[in-house]
Ligand binder design. Structure first.
Ligand code: AMP
Length: 480
């Protein structure tokens, strides 16, 4: 299961949290369109509303009104290809002897099955096959024996993989980021409270201020009365494994992630793309919307170098077509690219063009686009990509396609160029990504572009000294 999602948690002084949570989910909608949900706590009991669909469709005013309480968490869930999976919509909420729990998870555990099996043997009944429920049960069990902070620490020592979580234990809202900080999570201040969320754009939407990123391995506990927060560095690890693809594709350009403004990162990656593999042409066209910032950086660097290259919008996007990527069949994906993008003939006809996109996954988009531009009269089509070739699947929460669907899985750049029928094709180097993010490669998760992962995943190579925790199967007292 691949869960690439958006999470939020809010504690306010004396205003209901439901509306700010709802607005935050709107700001995070790009991180998941399959389902949306909010769980609040009014000091006595939990209130929950979770539904399939986009945020705007999942809640009506009555739903928001019934979500009482000044503390709560929210979630938007990313669709898994073709399937509609109501069982895994979040936040996951449940009541145990140790209190009520709500969980919103962004990421993917690699040892959820081991922990789930152990807990099932101890009498825990699961309602889904999702890893979020495993975390909830593990935490509930630990809460029987430990205080909140120690219980979270114990769970963190058992789960292995990527996770940014917002959790509600009774009315207390907390945020946790995995020890390698794979998925983003940040903390912000509002006039009357605090917010934990996947992306700072959600804090901006609430007119709040970004305080900082939650540190890898850190737990942040918001005060129930919305007046402050406490933090605990529960696990320290030498290296981080931040997902570079958040910066390249997934996050909003107006978000700041791990201290970098995503828009500026993409523009700089575009500049580097020109430095590494710039090609003279009449016009540079972004593939909307994902290639925009890359193309503007690329064109600017070209012009700084004295090139006459023109930056233009040559492809119009129909906003009402959903993501082509999630269409279940290849036929539908190809049709959807054509529905989504239409060329503006005057900027293309008789010209040599360079199109810039952030990434190539299966190759459907570039294949269709090259054809489209040639049909519109382009004399030459160069393709430049702001990420390295994606050669291996993502196990850490980005739904990317399986290994044999990846166009770069077993083909060289020249072979891919021939397959998409481009005149030239170049990708950005891994070094350029690390340089732009001002970090070492050892602090990034580069699994999808190197095939070596920063987690201990069965059947895959690792790029560092990591071991999944040993799950002992030691019986402890049954909880529920
Ligand atoms: P493809 O057409 O399969 O080569 O996919 C590449 C296109 O999908 C690019 O335009 C990307 O911006 C976009 N893309 C890349 N990764 C993802 C993802 N994980 N989910 C949805 N779209 C993506």
């Amino acid at each position: 299961m691949h869960e690439k999602c958006g999470v939020v948690g809010i504690a306010l002084e004396d205003r209901d949290a439901a509306r700010p949570l709802y607005y935050s989910l709107y700001a995070l909608q790009h991180r998941g369109q399959e389902s949306a949900g909010i769980v609040t706590h009014d000091g006595f009991q939990q209130h929950s509303h979770v539904e399939m669909g986009l945020v705007g469709d999942a809640f009506d005013p009555g739903d928001l009104q019934s979500l009482n309480g000044s503390n709560g968490i929210g979630h938007v869930r990313y669709p898994t290809a073709g399937s509609v999976n109501a069982c895994c919509a979040q936040p996951f909420s449940v009541s145990f002897k140790s209190g009520s729990l709500g969980l919103s998870h962004n990421g993917n555990l690699v040892n959820a099955d081991e922990i789930g099996d152990e807990l099932a043997e101890l009498g825990h009944a699961f309602t889904s096959d999702g890893d979020t429920e495993v975390i909830a049960h593990d935490l509930a069990r630990n809460l029987l024996e430990e205080d909140l902070v120690r219980a979270v620490k114990r769970t963190m020592e058992r789960i292995h993989g990527s996770y940014s979580l917002t959790i509600m234990h009774d009315e207390t809202v907390l945020g946790v980021r995995d020890p390698q900080g794979n998925r983003p999570l940040c903390i912000g201040e509002l006039d009357d409270g605090y917010v934990l969320t996947s992306e700072s754009a959600a804090i901006d939407t609430l007119d709040g201020e970004l305080i900082r990123d939650v540190r890898p391995g850190e737990l942040v506990v918001l005060h129930d009365d919305g007046t402050g927060y406490d933090t605990y560095q529960l696990i320290e690890q030498e290296n981080t494994a931040h997902c570079f693809f958040e910066h390249v594709y997934f996050a909003r350009p107006d978000s700041t992630i791990d201290e970098s403004l995503v828009y500026e990162v993409r523009r700089e990656l575009g500049r580097k793309l020109w430095e590494e593999s710039g090609v003279e042409s009449d016009v540079v066209l972004p593939v909307p919307d994902s290639g925009r910032a890359f193309a503007s950086g690329y064109a600017e660097a070209a012009q700084d170098d004295g090139s006459d290259i023109e930056f233009a919008e040559g492809l119009m996007k129909n906003r009402y077509v959903g993501r082509t990527f999630i269409m279940p069949t290849q036929d539908e994906r190809e049709r959807a690219v054509r529905l989504k993008l239409n060329p503006i003939k005057s900027t293309i006809e008789g010209k040599s063009v360079t199109i810039i996109d952030d990434s190539i996954v299966r190759g459907t988009t570039s294949n269709q686009l090259v054809q489209l531009l040639k049909d519109a009269g382009a004399e030459e089509v160069n393709v430049r990509i702001g990420a390295p070739p994606i050669i291996a699947p993502c196990y850490m929460g980005i739904d990317m396609a399986s290994r044999d669907e990846l166009i770069a899985g077993d083909q060289s750049v020249d072979e891919i160029r021939d397959e998409i029928e481009a005149d030239t094709l170049s990708y950005l180097s891994i070094d350029a990504i690390a340089e732009t993010l001002e970090t070492s490669k050892a602090d990034l998760c580069l699994g999808c572009v190197t095939g070596e992962y920063p987690y201990d995943i069965e059947g895959e190579a690792t790029d560092r000294d990591v071991d999944r925790p040993h799950i002992s199967g030691q019986p402890r007292p049954a909880d529920d």
